[in-house]
Design a protein around this ligand. Sequence first.
Ligand code: NAD
Length: 474
Amino acid sequence: MFINGRWITTQNTFAVTNPATGEVIGQMAEGDRSHAVDAIEAAATALPDWSASTAYQRAAILLKAHQLMIASKQSLAELMTREQGKPLKAALNEVQYAADFLLWFAEESKRVYGETIPSARADQRFIVRYQPVGVVAAITPWNYPISMLTRKLAPALAAGCTVVLKPAEATPLCAKAVFEILEQAGLPAGVANLITVSDPTDIGHEFCTNPKVKKITFTGSTAVGRKIAQQAAAQVKRVSMELGGHAPFIVFDDADPVHAAKGASLVKFLNTGQACISPNRIFVQRKILEPFIHTLVARVNAMNAGNGLDPANSIGPLVNEAAVAKVERQVNDAVDKGAALHCGGQRLNQGDLSNGHFYAPTVLSSVDEDMLIYREETFGPVAAIIPFDTYDEVIERANDTNYGLAAYVYTQNLSTAMRAFEALNFGIIGINDINPTSAAAPFGGMNESGLGREGAREGLQEYLETKLGGFSIA
Ligand code: NAD
């Protein structure tokens, strides 16, 4: 762990395993609540100086961290593949995406402008300034174990906040590597602190109840996010919540079904389906159902599952046995209730894969409302295809979910594209585009997919308080 500028070890440790091989790849310090207290104290002590530093000073450190991250891209990506499982090419992309946040917020930190507002009174002036919210507690998931950290750390530090971060128990080695970079970049002691732990409950409780923590930023499941937001409400702490999703992927019959199916195969199986913006319901207009399924199945049949360090493999393992069991349950339930299974549909546990958590990339069609997969987030390599007939029908069905993170629309018709963009209740909408994400663009969900946005100007605003000055000059 990294507390107050020092690396801390503990007698107790927990093992970190490679989900592709079951091999133990490292031991991590087992923190407890007292470490969280110390880290929050360190962050609170570092706050006055850090928040009083100039944006130019903070930007220089973030820029240095960006350069260091780019320089160690290959080794970070290899570590990520071993710890999290995604294929090396995807890991390299993630490190680039993670570094993008450091650069973008280094630049944006210099643009926290205030405002003057005309008053109705001749003797009054209004001035608005933005100031850092204070100590931030951050909790991050395992599926994007480097970029989800910089997406929080970069704007928080740019704004002048100090941070205590707890990464997911499955991927603490990637988190440690990020903090080594921050240390090398010259971040002062106490400004960013890392706590690792195998059971997060006590640390989460300390984050929510310690009055020195002014904001909690969380990325993870809706179930846990809801709990944290409830706990944080007792002290009316600010919260940002990046939670689960159940993205619809809508293909209208004026779209090229082959192009759309290629897009679906890329985004659905990205990170083995373990992405919050992964399509969970693929709605295809009936007229083009056959060519769409044909292309998707051909592409999925060509995918190889295995260790992500081998460039022949584009499907990595799932994070653990529970994730495999969940996918298996959803697929079996769909097939029992009448879905057609085109490929996959089973665990992969032969030969080299026997000690990993693999499930075959799967395509189901004739999926309907009665099946678990229609409502539950899958977080696995299963493409669930649902036929539809009309525009009104598909928009209503797409919006019929408690989630509201990402949605995708394929159409050649500009009016259909614009109408769907406006009608879909999701925070991120890809129109003929499977990657509507960037450090410069606001990322976040509506409804039970979360509160607040990360990336972009909005991402910085999440770490700033608005202060109004009313000046009487009478
Ligand atoms: P999770 O909710 O199980 O865990 C997320 C984090 O919360 C981990 O660090 C975990 O240790 C911690 N945690 C769990 N219980 C806690 C508690 N009681 N107190 C404090 N911390 C606790 O989620 P996960 O399985 O790691 O991640 C997958 C989920 O994250 C999916 O639902 C996915 O959609 C979502 N996700 C969302 C986004 C987004 O930007 N919206 C991005 C990535 C992942």
